[in-house]
Design a protein around this ligand. Structure first.
Ligand code: HDD
Length: 723
């Protein structure tokens, strides 16, 4: 028996030995006298021309892709010592243990172990781009800021973000979007740290940890990720009626933007501008996208989150790489700086209130173009820091209690996020203006400070650095009078929490209002606690009785008595996203064909789409080329979420039909339900594709006529009757 077992073990051992693959060439260390050779870089894609690679902070990333990839350089340690081998640790014999003395191994692994830094506690997921801001000079009347003078050109870096999700979460969740702009002005950095929604959840910054704790994943199971559709969020907002205004914006189409490029941006708070004569005004900032304001529809956003969680990030980078640079006009609403700090009865210090554009026009003061993608995500997009306290002469803060707390929070958070007090020395954060501060030492100090007297006044360093006066461009705080008792209270004018939520709702078109109803019904439907749903229905009743009733019906609940009666408001049409037409440049249009017989008609369609400034996505059963056109998507990789419009360009009389493919039928059905413009070329019967030729936004014709009709539909972004 023992003998048999021994035999079996012997057999197993020999089998195991045979299963081991013979040692291949990669396990051999490279020969001592044979350095590895550089490979040729991949050829650039024909239609993509990247701009020069010089950072706005003056860092030369290298003017060619080769330099970026360290081409022509030998691999070194971080201390510059050339390496022969980075694939094998130093061992005592080929089969022996690894030696502690392997300095390269230890350096490589230690660095790797510390590659991650804490993600932002909010706005963790973002995408960014470089660009230029050009002022038209209109603001010179109210602000002495040099970057607002006529013709001044200022490099900018903009980071867009979601708020709630972790760094790896999906882009298209229902959420507020961050819109943070760093202007590298000649007078120092100015940061406009705004959102795509013009009001905020809370009136006093002391509640920020509370609203964030309520909205982030619940602490027991850490779910749901990047969602407000859960009990703790609705518990908080239904108990804090001041949050109702921001929340109804989130429940509208603004909560699911189509692209970062189609979002408005808002500075939210009221700021104080100071002109060359010392005159002051109160202003609110607005970014107006030339691409139009455009959102996804909810089902589309959900599908996108699964199919392409990087949808917005990809869209921004692709557009810039393809030269379709997104452009925003910067505008201000200018209001007199009165002791009451109100305008038309609206308290300008209350960040839950907006000033309707119909009451105070948005005046354009300059234009921003984003024209260059970051070279390295971590170095730039992750390490950039914004701070509402980064101000330049001519722009000052007000006593908005939310803004006041932000002035503390943004510097403080960088100490742990960026690992110490020298975050302003990181290249992406470095000002273009000369820096001569008296800050010294600290973690990650990168400057070699000369001199012996880092204090003022001094006689040992010749009294340097000097302090400046107004004439030399010093930042001088506006001497606003302050008096009062120390209290933990807000002004009584902050107590109206509902009238502007109603203003927003009643300013929307019917289709937009239906989206709001659907969103509340979905989100509250995801809550478990009936008491929370009922409490929120009470808040909705204070906004609009029909809204509350419709959501209650969807939830199968009844509406409780409202705390207050809905206010009387005059709608502000500017708050709706509908009713305007926009340029179609850069919009994506799928061209679906079934096989090689469709090459001629496909070529004409692609040509017509390009001629309209749009991007064709030729879609065929397999990859490769069709005639001389590259096939951009095969049926398996095609997704309706990336189409703004679609053309079915197959000629079924000549061969196979896209209608034979179940997936294409599904994608067309999605496109139809999501309000996308659809064209079916002559010769294809729309009915075979499950489409009704008489339906709004379904057009037919030859390639030229069909693409022309499609382009007209796309100018309104969506076929609104269908969503
Ligand atoms: Fe904030 C980041 C926008 C209120 C505390 N915030 C952050 C970002 C944006 C905003 C766009 C991302 C910046 C980036 O891309 O790096 N935050 C806003 C707006 C607010 C607002 C528009 C209200 C009008 N924030 C707010 C308050 C507090 C904070 C009241 C604290 C009391 N925000 C932070 C923060 C973050 C931040 C924790 C996270 C990472 C960072 O700052 O650098 O300090």
């Amino acid at each position: 028996m023992a003998r048999q077992k021994a035999d079996r073990n012997e057999a197993e051992r020999s089998e195991a030995v045979e299963l081991n693959p013979p040692a291949g060439p990669t396990s051999e260390p490279p020969a001592l006298d044979e350095p590895t050779k550089a490979r040729d870089p991949l050829p650039p894609k024909p239609d993509q021309a990247g701009p020069a690679n010089v950072s706005p902070t003056g860092v030369d990333y290298g003017s060619s892709p080769e330099t970026n990839a360290q081409a022509g350089a030998y691999l070194t340690t971080s201390t510059g010592v050339r390496l022969r081998d980075t694939d094998h640790s130093l061992k005592a014999g080929r089969r022996g243990p690894v030696l502690l003395q392997d300095h390269h191994l230890r350096e490589k692994i230690t660095h790797f172990d510390h590659e991650r830094i804490p993600e932002r506690v909010v706005h963790a997921r973002g995408a960014a781009a470089h660009g230029t801001f050009v002022a038209n000079g209109a603001a010179s009347r109210i602000s002495r800021a040099a970057f607002l003078a006529e013709g001044a050109e200022t490099p900018v870096f903009v980071r867009f973000s979601t708020v709630l999700g972790s760094r790896g979460s999906a882009d298209t969740v229902r959420d507020t979007r961050g819109f943070a702009t760093k202007f590298y002005t000649s007078e120092g950095n100015y940061d406009l740290v705004g959102n795509n929604i013009p009001v905020f959840f809370i009136q006093d910054g002391i509640k920020f940890p509370d609203v964030v704790h309520a909205a982030k994943p619940q602490p027991d199971r850490e779910i749901p990720q990047a969602q407000s559709a859960h009990d703790t969020f609705w518990d908080f907002v239904s108990l804090h009626s001041e949050a109702q205004h921001h929340t109804i914006w989130n429940m509208s189409d603004r909560g699911i933007p189509r692209s970062f490029r189609t979002m408005e941006g808002f500075g939210i708070h009221t700021f104080r501008m100071v002109n060359a004569d010392g005159g002051t005004s109160l202003v609110k900032f607005h970014w107006k996208p030339r691409q139009g304001v455009h959102s996804q529809v909810w089902e589309e956003a959900l599908l996108t989150a699964g199919m392409d969680p990087d949808f917005h990030r990809r869209d921004l980078a692709d557009a810039i790489e393809a030269g379709a640079y997104p452009v925003w006009d910067l505008g201000v609403q200018v209001m007199p700086d009165t002791p009451e700090e109100t305008f038309e009865g609206i308290d300008l210090l209350d960040p839950t209130k907006l000033v309707p554009e119909e009451l105070c026009e948005v005046q354009i003061i300059g234009t921003m173009t984003l024209n260059r993608n970051p070279i390295n995500y971590f170095a730039e997009t992750e390490q950039v820091m914004f701070n509402p306290g980064n101000l330049v002469p001519g722009i000052d803060v007000t006593n908005d209690p939310l803004l006041q707390v932000r002035l503390f929070s943004y510097i403080d958070t960088q100490l742990s996020r960026l690992g110490g007090p020298n975050f302003s020395q990181i290249p992406i954060n470095r000002p273009h203006a000369p820096v001569n501060d008296l800050q010294r030492d600290g973690h990650h100090q990168a400057a070699d400070h000369g001199g012996v007297a880092p204090y003022r006044p001094n006689s040992l360093d010749g009294g340097c650095p000097f302090t400046a006066g107004t004439a030399e461009g010093a930042f001088i705080d506006v001497p606003t009078p302050v008096q009062g008792e120390k209290v933990r209270e807000l002004s009584a004018s902050f107590e109206d929490h509902y009238s502007q939520a109603r203003l927003f709702y009643t300013s929307l078109t019917e289709v937009e209002q239906q989206h709001v109803i659907d969103a509340y019904t979905f989100e509250l439907g995801k809550c478990y606690e009936e008491a929370i749903k009922t409490r929120q229905l009470g808040c909705l009743a204070a906004i609009d009785a029909d809204l509350a009733e419709a959501v209650a019906t969807g939830l199968g609940l009844s509406v409780p008595k409202a705390d207050t009666k809905p206010a009387k408001v005059d709608p502000s049409p500017a708050l709706s996203q509908l009713g305007r037409s926009w340029p179609v440049t850069g919009r994506k249009v799928a061209v679906i064909v079934a096989g090689p017989d469709d090459a001629a008609v496909a070529a004409q369609t692609v040509e017509a789409i390009r001629a309209a400034g749009m991007v064709p996505l030729l879609t065929a059963p397999n990859g490769g080329t069709l005639g001389d056109q590259p096939i951009e998507r095969s049926y398996p990789t095609a997704a309706s979420i990336e189409w703004d419009g679609v053309v079915v360009a197959a000629d079924p009389s000549a061969g196979p039909n896209p209608a034979d493919d179940a997936k294409i039928i599904r994608l067309l059905d999605e496109a139809y339900r999501h309000g996308k413009a659809i064209a079916v070329l002559d010769g294809v019967d729309p009915a075979t594709l499950g489409l009704n030729a008489a339906a709004t936004g379904v057009v037919t014709g030859d390639p030229t006529a069909a693409v022309t009709a499609l382009t007209e539909l796309l100018a309104e972004h969506r076929v609104w009757d269908r969503v």
